[in-house]
Ligand binder design. Structure first.
Ligand code: MSP
Length: 506
């Protein structure tokens, strides 16, 4: 049976336009989706937008729009960015869709039937002029509104609660039995000790807020935005709507999130699923945050990295490569254009691009662009290298260690460049050495294999390389894992005239 792989990004708030943080997670998810398609698995990749709640209502007010008008406007910025970044998601979910509203209400009713819902009183810090409740985690001892700076009041309102506290023990047991449930390990430890401290019941509705999904049977209440948002993951998988789809993809779900929203995903969400007696997702992976030239990214500092601008200036694949290669997935990292340029020149132009360029040039110079598959084509060193690279690449991808996966592919590239220096094909040509075909075929085969390895990361460069070495048109490129072997190339490689894949940046 084919395996299933369901990969998700957080659904993004539409009170703001997309920035590098959004681009980062979505790019990582795209890479995993492409990699699992390469493995021949059934893949479901979803991203989308979180369109309800106080923040959106407020942003709409400030923009002089209705919430629906605002979300319809901003959602396009996200959808277009994903196209520009060559993101191939299967589903784009919007929490304002009818389908999702129904799943949220059904899920609530299910929890209610199982006895985990009760009405109580929510007490929190409230800013009257902004009409906003603020969680304590966002406040300091002055207890003023983080938005307008005015003093907050402690306010009580009626609210529905989910009995999360009843899942402290079950969740602890689950974490103990599934050490890979939360990754990386440091985050697992953080979550484990948080749960061990005991969970509190969670308020899941707001009385005064209009812009949200109504609580069934109680039109004065709308759902708390996180309750609504987390459920998107099963809406997409087909919960209550498409049993075949749901049993195919749930619980083979992998949630990618930023570290700031890990607790919602690794505590509240599993609690909700346990309450509904649904199996928990396979993994929740929290990545780190990007600073910008050493500083926290913020609108007020004016240093927000606009992905559209990066792509316009450097091209999609340089941007995708940099995001995944520069920082170990899971750790914080620093973004700067200087670092992007340096990394791109070193890895993409000087190493990778150079290997391809030298190879193609020599094939033209010494063999008029055509190289026949040699009769004897074994070389223990190359053989062992590829097996080792493959093994480590797969292992890294399984652990979402993208930088390591790429580093491994670059071992092939480094080896090929050294091979060219050692074999000195220009000398072989001069001496009329017949082994030249074998050397050139090996280098083309290496380029072919590298194209397959990098295809999840830099899909358009991979397709371009595929076509340069004469494997077919770019749009026909549909890489398969079986191609990661020596000698799987054509009888004759008929290459195209070299053009630099990554011209050096100055
Ligand atoms: N709507 C919620 C998610 C609901 S998921 C059921 C949300 N939306 S968000 O638009 O604020 O998403 C932010 C995402 O971007 C988070 O994963 C967050 O970690 C990430 N980032 C925001 N700033 C970031 C950086 N500076 N660096 C990396 N990622 C950052 O939260």
């Amino acid at each position: 049976m084919e395996k299933s792989f369901y990969i998700t990004t957080p659904i993004y708030y539409v009170n703001d336009v997309p920035h590098i943080g959004h681009a980062y997670t979505t790019c990582a998810a795209d890479i995993l989706a492409r990699f699992h398609r390469l493995l021949g698995e059934r893949v479901l990749f979803s991203t989308g937008t979180d369109e309800h709640g106080q923040k959106i209502e407020k942003a709409a007010q400030e923009a002089g729009l209705s919430p629906q008008e605002l979300v319809d406007k901003v959602v396009v910025r996200f959808q277009e960015l994903w196209k520009t970044m060559h993101i191939e998601h299967d589903v784009f979910i919007r929490t304002t869709s009818e389908e999702h509203e129904k799943v949220v209400q059904d899920f609530f009713l299910l929890l209610q039937r199982k006895g985990y819902i009760y009405k109580g009183e929510y007490e929190g810090w409230y800013c009257v002029p902004c009409e906003t409740f603020w969680p304590e985690s966002q406040l300091d001892e002055r207890l003023v509104c983080p938005d307008c700076g005015r003093p907050l009041q402690k306010l009580k309102e009626e609210s529905y609660f989910f009995a999360l506290s009843r899942f402290t023990e079950p969740l602890l047991r689950y974490l103990e039995e599934h050490p890979d449930f939360v990754m990386p390990e440091s985050r697992y430890n953080e979550i484990y000790s948080f749960v061990r401290g005991g969970l509190k019941d969670q308020s899941i509705s707001r009385a005064g807020l209009k812009w949200g999904i109504q609580v069934p049977g109680d039109p004065d209440h709308t759902f708390y935005v996180w309750f609504d948002a987390l459920i998107n993951y099963i809406t997409v998988a087909g919960f209550g709507r498409d049993e075949a789809q749901f049993s195919t993809f749930w619980p083979w779900a992998y949630h990618l999130v930023g570290k700031d929203i890990l607790r919602f995903h690794a505590v509240l969400w599993p609690g909700m699923l346990l309450g509904a007696e649904l199996p928990l997702p396979r993994r929740i992976f929290a990545h780190g945050w990007w600073t910008v030239e050493g500083e926290k990214m913020s609108k007020s500092k004016g240093n927000v990295v606009d992905p559209y601008r990066m792509i316009a200036q450097y091209g999609v694949d340089r941007f995708r490569y940099f995001l995944m290669r520069e920082v170990s997935f899971g750790l914080d990292g620093d973004f700067s254009e200087k670092a992007l340029v340096e990394r791109s020149n070193a890895d993409l132009s000087d190493n990778f691009g150079n290997m391809v360029h030298r190879t193609l040039n020599m094939v033209f110079k010494y063999r008029d662009g055509v190289v026949k598959k040699p009769g004897a084509y074994e070389d223990l060193e190359w053989e062992e290298l590829l097996q080792d690279v493959k093994e480590k690449f797969f292992l890294s991808m399984e652990r979402f260690a993208f930088a390591q996966a790429l580093e491994n592919v670059w071992r092939l590239i480094h080896f090929a460049n050294r091979y060219i220096d050692q074999k000195a094909p220009w000398r072989m040509f001069k001496e009329g050495n017949e082994d030249l075909d074998q050397v050139l075929y090996r280098l083309l085969d290496c380029s072919r294999i590298v194209a397959v390895f990098i295809s999840p990361f830099m899909p358009s460069t991979a397709a371009k390389l595929w076509s340069l070495i004469g494997m077919g048109e770019q749009f026909e490129f549909s890489p398969k894992i079986a191609e990661l072997e020596w000698g799987r190339g054509p009888e004759h490689y008929r290459v195209k005239h070299p053009e630099p894949l990554f011209p050096r940046l100055t």
